[in-house]
Design a binder for this molecule. Structure first.
Ligand code: FES
Ligand SMILES: [Fe+2]
Length: 449
């Protein structure tokens, strides 16, 4: 771990108190660089789903901290995560976000070619290297691999640290988010739909994570959207039409009200993951849902199918980089670019063998709530940008996280803390910052509680 002259462990720790956080955690460039080193280039970071590289030769680019990486599938069907850098003179190997490289990755500069697992294959006029220190067997002349790459049921992650907890240990109980993305499919598989949306937010990466699990904001921030959708719904009903079920994704913001969010519990896991219980009625009594449930019963049997469908979790944040909404088949990944700049990838998944209408319904959520062009997202983005601007000013040094501070429930058997009952506790926000302090100072979180 690099020692910082400015940011000693003591100074970093002083930024995070039990109920408030210093603004520099969101604005300081040097702290951001330390975050990249101690969090993003160390923990397990999401690369992509195996269905993004379906065929041999397929590749897909990803960013881990400050490092440009590429996920490839080789001729044997195996997946690799490599640095996107040629070992000759350093050229980036792939520039398109995704594609098929054929049997080899070929550098466009001097035509060195590599196998899809990164091993060097051939160099033009190789006799020029006779009698030099060049050695084809030396890993220095192969594309460097991520020190660790692993998958959980087809979801690939990489860690740029040689050691540390394994992927499953890091995911802990929060792996249910990924289980749900798969298990909700009658065909017991899921796959990405097309490409993702990409969006650059003019705000710190932590602001994005905090917002996803901040139950005191939807009734305020999204009230106008909820109101507009409700008006359209009422107009349609008055005209004898049936409003699409998807409108409920928006009207809930108005229907629940600004202080009605105290019904939905939140948690914080020892690795930093957080969850928010479900609040949407995702099992309406309509023919499409009933057909879907029937297919699930056929696939799993009634007991198991009910167990899977009974998990009512609206949001799971896999620290530090994913926001997963399992019942809606959505997964977002964040790639921090600067203290005030964050790229998000917004993915949609399809459940194998589920009725088309169920896919269309989740696509409705993708378009109405998570896509860059929705009113919901626009209101969130505007708030995050305003927060970043305010935090950069001298108008105050602290961010308040006092709501229900000191009233949350003690850790359960898994080391998971739960929000105070019937509250809109800021537990997950406090929790993520406590874990942030651990990762930034000790180099590890208290995995296992
Ligand atoms: S930089 Fe890649 S072959 Fe020369
Ligand atoms: Fe929001």
């Amino acid at each position: 771990m690099t020692q910082s002259q400015t940011w000693t462990d003591e100074k970093i720790a002083a930024l995070v108190e039990p109920d408030r956080v210093h603004r520099l955690a969101y604005t300081d460039q040097e702290l951001f660089d330390l975050e990249m080193e101690r969090i993003f280039e160390k923990l397990w970071i999401y690369i992509g789903h195996e269905s993004q590289v379906k065929e041999p030769g397929d590749y897909y680019l990803a960013r881990v901290g400050r490092q440009p990486m590429v996920m490839t599938r080789d001729g044997k069907g195996e997946i690799h995560v490599l640095y996107n850098r040629c070992p000759h003179r350093g050229a980036q190997l792939c520039t398109a976000r995704a594609g098929n490289a054929g049997k080899h990755l070929r550098c466009s500069y001097h035509a060195w070619t590599f196998n899809l697992d990164g091993r060097i294959d051939a160099i033009p006029a190789i006799n020029g290297y006779d009698g030099t220190r060049f050695d084809k067997n030396d890993p220095l002349f192969h594309i460097k691999k991520a020190p660790r790459a692993d998958n959980y049921r087809g979801f690939w992650f990489a860690s740029l640290a040689e050691d540390g907890p394994g992927l499953e240990e890091h995911l802990g109980q929060a792996k249910i988010a990924l289980d749900q993305l798969i298990d909700r499919a009658p065909g017991k598989e899921c796959e990405v739909v097309g490409d993702c949306f990409q969006m650059v937010q003019q705000s710190n990466w932590k602001i994005f994570l905090e917002n996803q699990i901040d139950v005191s904001h939807p009734g305020a921030t999204h009230e106008s959207t909820g109101y507009a959708a409700m008006t359209v719904e009422e107009d349609m009903k008055a005209a004898g039409e049936t409003p699409p079920l998807e409108y409920g994704f928006l009207t809930d913001f108005k229907r629940i009200g600004i202080d009605g969010w105290d019904k939905f519990g939140t948690t914080g896991h020892p690795q930093g993951h957080t969850t928010l219980e479900g609040y949407m009625g995702l099992r309406p009594d309509d023919p499409d849902t009933n057909e879907y449930v029937r297919l699930m019963y056929d696939a799993y049997g009634e007991t198991k199918a009910e167990e899977i469908l009974g998990v009512d979790m609206h949001h799971v944040l896999l620290y530090p980089c994913n926001s997963v909404q399992p019942p809606l088949q959505q997964l977002r990944t964040i790639r921090p670019l600067a203290p005030n700049k964050t790229l998000t990838e917004i993915w949609q998944f399809r459940l194998k063998d589920a009725p088309e209408a169920i896919y269309r319904r989740s696509l409705g959520y993708y378009y109405l709530v998570n896509s860059p062009s929705t009113m919901v997202n626009a209101d969130d983005l505007f708030n995050w940008w305003k927060c970043q601007n305010g935090l950069t000013s001298d108008g105050g040094d602290w961010i308040s996280l006092h709501r229900n501070a000191g009233q949350d429930l003690p850790p359960d058997d898994h080391g998971i803390v739960h929000s105070a009952p019937a509250s809109m506790s800021e537990l997950p926000l406090r929790h993520m910052m406590q874990v942030w302090k651990d990762y930034m100072t000790n180099g590890h979180a208290k995995v296992g509680g």
